[in-house]
Write a protein that binds this ligand. Sequence first.
Ligand SMILES: [Zn+2]
Length: 311
Amino acid sequence: MFGFEELSQTSGVDLLAQPHPFMTVPLRGSNFIFRDLMKGSQLPTGNHFVDVKDITDIPAGRFVMDLAQGDLLAGLFAFVGMLPPGSMRRLLVITGKIPGITTLGANPDKIDVAVLRPKTAAVTMKFLHYLDRDGGKAGTIWTPADADRIISAMNNIYSQQANITFKLHKADPLEINEHFGPIIMDEVYDKYLKDKLDKDADVTVLFVGRWAHSRVQTANATTNHYGKNHVIVINDKPTGEGVKDIDPFELTLAHELAHSLGVTQGGVDGHGHQKRNHVLLSAGQQSLKISKDIARIINPWDGEATRAARH
Ligand SMILES: [Zn+2]
């Protein structure tokens, strides 16, 4: 169906984007895509935004280590050097030179390549413990020792796809000597938690054990916005989201981080949720794939913001 193929679901390639297949490339970094040369289709060539190199026949160890980020590295090792010599399926490395977006022609197809500047977001994590109604201890099962692992899981999702890196600012326990119910709801949040946001971090994540909105009685997590600061409240064990083989906690936190990075309006419900399935922030079935529509909001490429402002 497509002359281009992605290496993995989360490699920063959106074949269903409009008007052309789309991929992100980090500025002064690289991304990868397959090109199928069957039926006379051609290889794209670089321009002043990007370099394009066919690396199908190059042995893996010579170049891969420094180029790929996160999970893509392991995926690449599985491919590089494995295709038969002269394969019609070519592995291309695309390297970002100038920030912006460019359309590469590769008859009979086109692909849009956005070269993204690096973006970082500082994250503070607070791990709530409180007293239950019987005076026992309640709160989250996660601890500050989990913080680095959680940050790297999020960087695996966001770095290759959107050139966004989360940096851990602080990871602290949060002890509140008050009696709360088994589920933290809006009243407790408003009275005891919302002032715990770290103004020095872009995002404060509150691990509270169990969370629900008072009105709807459900939610796996929520994001509240206070100007440039954002607070995420998240369940230890989110349920009912996503698909097989995706950790529901990672999916839920990745979803809320997208809201913190600016996906707050539009979409099917005015909160930025997408009609399309199998993407992050889908109102239906989610995945960890960051679509072009979400990427352009959370880390807009040069030219994108200006164009949007004119409408
Ligand atoms: Zn949401």
